[in-house]
Ligand binder design. Structure first.
Ligand SMILES: NC(=O)c1ccc[n+]([C@@H]2O[C@H](COP(=O)([O-])OP(=O)(O)OC[C@H]3O[C@@H](n4cnc5c(N)ncnc54)[C@H](O)[C@@H]3O)[C@@H](O)[C@H]2O)c1
Length: 387
């Protein structure tokens, strides 16, 4: 048995106490003396082509491996971004070159299963949206991560934009008076490359509505109840990977959220929206998100994942003022790089797994409300205000 002197004992207990005060993130950061996190990417399709340029420039990231069930895609990305190891299956990736963080960029329906396997094998996870297929599955992932002292986060990264911060601050400072209502919309004509967007578990809600839901709950607080109508406007589509397919998931949604204290918001999203400004919405001057209060209203110009300005109206006689916050380093594809940095520095990011989980619960409730015509009560919450 080791005998401690009184001084050693005091030192030892002080260190143990300090370790207990450290968050999992700070604790992990202490184990990373070389200040780079080993990253593995799974899913080497369209979005990986936007993530990898950002990740490869991050001073906190070492890209270790790329995996795709279409192996040639993993090989192509590996060549483009100098990634030393490539795999055709997650089992090989998990037992291959060691890494700390899995970035999941596959079909949405695969996220829950792959994220679980990564956590079970001791890896942190950044997942494209949604984190899982159901709230229950997502909550189990978060519990699993906590039980293993690991972290999981899910896209989107909208709360990181300076425009989000501006809007959040304006609300908290009372510039709009008492908040009453909000509206948000996002849509385009739908992806043409992969069938999963239109298969069960896909749809415009988890692909597009997810951004507006994250922004509105981020600004107005967790939703308490949800009501929605969903429909399929285009019942057949032709996509690159499967040819002609039957559309099974909603491609048109109207969603209402009750945030409590009388505040009600509305999100509309769909894969049948003609937009003269295109998928990116570049150059549009009208708000995609509007928040109303008793003393003012505020409109976000540009989509919330790529915003550029905020119009603030607080006067009956003066026109609204366009605010153009410094865009800083924000881009929508920064999520994984930002949490890689957090894992190295131990500094908690604004993006929270609990918020992503809440958004997932809203999506699931919207589907349930659309199917049953009922108002659905939610159970999840997250730390709010976000900024
Ligand atoms: N494409 C975009 O602009 C974009 C933007 C933001 C978010 N997203 C999100 O990113 C995710 C991927 O979308 P995408 O457009 O890149 O789709 P995609 O079809 O282009 O790519 C998905 C890739 O995952 C691979 N894959 C599927 N199951 C796999 C598995 N079990 N193991 C390994 N690889 C697997 C597929 O072979 C494919 O190459 C989705 O969640 C989507 O909502 C996409």
């Amino acid at each position: 048995m080791k005998i401690f002197t009184r001084q050693q004992f005091l030192q030892h207990t002080a260190m143990a106490g300090a370790a207990m005060l450290l968050s999992a993130l700070e604790g992990f950061a202490l184990t990373m003396p070389d200040k780079k996190i080993k990253v593995a990417v799974i899913g080497c399709g369209s979005v990986s082509g936007v993530y990898l340029p950002h990740l490869s420039k991050s001073p906190f990231v070492e890209l270790v491996s790329a995996c795709d069930i279409v192996f040639s895609r993993a090989q192509k990305r590996a060549q483009e971004f100098n990634i030393p190891h490539q795999y055709p299956h997650i089992d090989q990736q998990l037992t291959g070159a060691p890494f700390d963080l899995l970035i999941t960029l596959t079909d949405m329906q695969e996220h829950g299963r792959l994220n679980k396997q990564a956590l079970q094998n001791g890896k942190h996870v950044w997942s494209e949206k949604p984190m899982a297929n159901t709230y229950k599955e997502g909550k189990a992932l978060l519990d699993l991560a906590k039980s293993k002292n690991l972290r999981i986060w899910g896209a989107p990264a909208v709360v990181n934009s300076p425009q989000f911060a501006f809007m959040s601050q304006a609300i908290r400072e009372g510039k709009l008076g008492k908040i009453s209502s909000a509206h948000a919309h996002y849509g385009h004509l739908g992806p043409t490359w992969s069938a999963f967007f239109y298969e069960k578990g896909g749809g415009s809600l988890p692909d597009l509505g997810v951004y507006n839901i994250a922004t509105l709950t981020g600004l107005l607080g967790p939703a308490k109840h949800v009501m929605a109508m969903t429909s399929i406007v285009t019942s057949e589509r032709t996509v690159d990977n499967k040819g002609k397919i039957k559309v099974e998931a909603e491609d048109n949604t109207m969603l209402l959220m009750d945030h409590g204290e009388g505040v009600i918001s509305h999100v509309q999203c769909g894969f049948n929206y003609f937009d003269p400004y295109g998928h990116e919405g570049k150059g549009q001057q009208n708000p995609t998100i509007t928040i109303w209060g008793t003393k003012g209203n505020m409109g976000l110009i540009g989509y919330d994942w790529a915003p550029f300005g905020v119009d603030l109206a607080t006067s009956f006689t003066e026109p609204p003022v366009r605010h153009l916050p410094d865009p800083g380093t924000y881009v929508w594809q920064q999520g994984a790089s930002v949490i890689a940095e957090s894992l190295i520095t131990g500094k908690e990011p604004l993006i929270a797994a609990e918020h992503a989980l809440h958004v997932l619960e809203v999506i699931e409730a919207a589907r349930a409300s659309g199917n049953t015509g009922k108002k659905i009560q939610l159970q999840s919450v997250f730390k709010w205000p976000v900024v």
